[in-house]
Design a protein around this ligand. Sequence first.
Ligand SMILES: [Zn+2]
Length: 291
Amino acid sequence: MGAIDLSRLVAIEGFNFPLYASPGAEARARAVGERAERAIAWLTGILGPAPTPAAFVVGPGEWPGVTELPIYGLPHVDRMDDGSVGDLHWKMVMGAEPGGFWRDVYAFIWTHLDPEGQADVRGAYGDADGFSACFPDLIVVHELAHLFQGEHGPAELDGAAPDRYFPRQWVSELFANLALYGYLAEVEPSELQTLETICLGAGRVPRSETPVRALDDMYRSLEFQNGAVLYCWYQFLLIMGAKRIWQRVGRDGLRSYYQTLNRPDMSDDDILQALERIDPEARRLVREWPE
Ligand SMILES: [Zn+2]
């Protein structure tokens, strides 16, 4: 895509990274920016520095001009080598409005819940709109964690490499979820219920509803119809796994995960041994994955 047309966006001042919003979304962008600033400070304290991103909080009209990802509202980080914002090489993009995609995710999980699970989900979010108005904001922390993976030579991350330095996509995503869970546990514990309630429901989705479910097939999920929902199903299970790991090893475990698994050239055995060293619970996640 070409350079981002910043003249269609509002620059929000006062943050230690450039922040742009669609007109009308300024207040929401500020809230996102504040969480992003807290998260970057927390992550940097544990993992060391990461590249500064430019952040975009945009409506459906501006979305295609900011990112090539066709799923409106799915927060993500991506390379930005077009000189759009000074000499910054990364962008973090999220939706300013609740996306239809997130309602689909909610409906997918909801269908498979028993009455008790449905009551929990209703209590946490109200309804699909309530869910899609609050849950994606938490994923911003997960996306910022991905920035740290690029720190060891972002040029090689250019293009389609789905695993972004880690040896498998799920290893990368589990890292980002461990960072997300740890950040919320330490900095915003009142948000843990918002994170976990929908994720708990992912364990109830039957095999017949998931055309792929092996960990190593996570990168294939977007190939399928309803693929973005399937991708989130993987993420939700990984978030619950991240919870188990975080509760045992905390920030030391996050740091050692980052230091030992941030290499693309690891065999399956290397990965399992590294996980075992971080904590047996991390390896158990792989062994007990519901394939
Ligand atoms: Zn991710």
